[in-house]
Design a protein around this ligand. Structure first.
Ligand code: NAP
Ligand code: ZN
Ligand code: ZN
Length: 347
């Protein structure tokens, strides 16, 4: 066992504090990663604060992890010491169910092992990336392309793939009009990726405060949802709407912005339900869907796509002892556009 420095939530209500966690001895197929950076996802906050149900504490969040391979188990074939690697939201799955066999480990029918707060094969609770090191099965370790700086790559492991997967699945590309609701960590990656895919991109944000940023990131249009005119003006405009908002919104107002046969995809994951009126869907054959992260092969495809198109996350790098302040800023929608912890500050 390796005892390593980390930042953990002691409970649902207390600030995160410096601590240590145990990393298991390397199994034959395990990779020991020296973490360089870990992104702060809004899901970390939902999880530690108990929005999605009870957790066991102390809990080390962090599922946007990049670093360098420090050591490999005897049978590891796909990664070598010194490689630039990443780990996202999952560290294992059954590999045998229908969905795992289709490369959709994120929908493993037996339940995949999440990077933190999951139950590992040995029965222990997994601990995430706000830490100096992590041990992960080689099949759940991604290759981070050389051209993407480590800190800008970290958020791709969750925010990047969470947007890439639905944009691909629902056909974002030339001739398609895509709206991104919420310009935060996920939203800013959605804008960049949808733009790189060739779609016409519109941001629907609470205000026009981040308009210049949105246009610089690749949006063609930018509207404030606080202005009721937005909803009348944009009726029947979009082929696809991706909702990244971390709080409950009225989905019916947004469904009215879809063309006939258009699709609205929920990726934001507020605790509260979002009731959809049947008429919002049936009247114009509109679709309401959901999507969660992406499979391992698709995550590698996304990393390679981002490298090819020269895109990555816009980040604000912080020391680990600023994590609680960063959480407050994320909750206040005051993030441009992802906080990333420098793991050096934990050593
Ligand atoms: P984030 O950086 O906080 O961005 C969320 C954005 O939503 C904010 O920047 C803000 O954008 C908008 N927003 C926040 N509160 C709002 C409100 N009350 N009304 C309207 N808009 C509001 O969070 P994130 O890390 O991108 O994550 C977003 C959500 O996705 C979270 O619920 C997270 O748990 C979830 N998530 C899901 C997956 C998945 O696999 N499905 C993966 C990762 C995260 P504006 O300022 O532009 O309005
Ligand atoms: Zn996440
Ligand atoms: Zn499975």
């Amino acid at each position: 066992m390796l005892s390593v420095n980390a930042y953990a939530a002691p409970s649902a209500n207390d600030p995160l504090v410096a601590t240590t966690v145990e990393r298991r001895d390397l199994g034959p197929r395990d990779v020991l990663i020296e973490i360089r950076y870990a992104g702060i996802c809004h899901s970390d906050i939902h999880t530690v604060r108990g929005d999605w149900g009870r957790q066991s504490y102390p809990l080390v969040p962090g599922h946007e992890i990049v670093g360098t391979v420090a050591e490999t188990g005897a049978e590891v074939a796909s990664h070598a010491v010194g490689d630039r690697v990443g780990v996202g939201c999952m560290v294992n799955s059954c590999r045998d169910c229908d969905t795992c066999r289709r490369g959709l480990e994120q929908y493993c029918l037996r339940g995949n092992t999440m990077t933190y707060g999951g139950i590992d094969a040995d029965g222990t609770v997994t601990q995430g990336g706000y830490s100096t090191h992590i041990v992960v099965d080689e099949d759940f370790v991604l290759k981070v392309p050389e051209s993407i700086p480590y800190e800008a790559a970290a958020p791709l492991l969750c925010a990047g793939i969470t947007m890439y997967s639905p944009l691909r699945r629902w056909g974002a590309g030339p001739g398609k009009r895509v709206a991104v609701v919420g310009l935060g960590g996920l939203g800013h990656m959605a804008v960049k990726i949808a733009h790189a895919m060739g779609a016409e991109v519109t941001v629907l944000s609470q205000s026009l405060k981040k308009r210049e940023d949105g246009l610089r990131l690749g949006a063609d249009h930018y509207y404030a949802t606080s202005d009721p005119k937005t909803f009348s003006e944009l009726g029947f405009s979009f082929d696809l709407i991706v909702n990244t908002v971390s709080a409950g919104i009225d989905p019916n107002a947004y469904l009215g912005l879809l063309k006939v046969d258009g699709t609205m995809v929920a990726v934001g994951a507020p605790a509260e339900p979002m009731p959809v009126a049947a008429f919002s869907l049936l009247q114009w054959r509109r679709n309401f869907a959901g999507s969660t992260i992406g499979g391992i092969a698709e995550t590698q495809e996304m990393l390679d796509f981002c490298a090819e198109h020269g895109i990555a996350s816009e980040v604000e790098v912080i020391a680990a002892d600023r994590v609680n302040e960063a959480y407050e800023r994320v909750l206040a929608s005051d993030v441009r556009y992802r906080f990333v912890i420098d793991a050096e500050t934990l050593r």
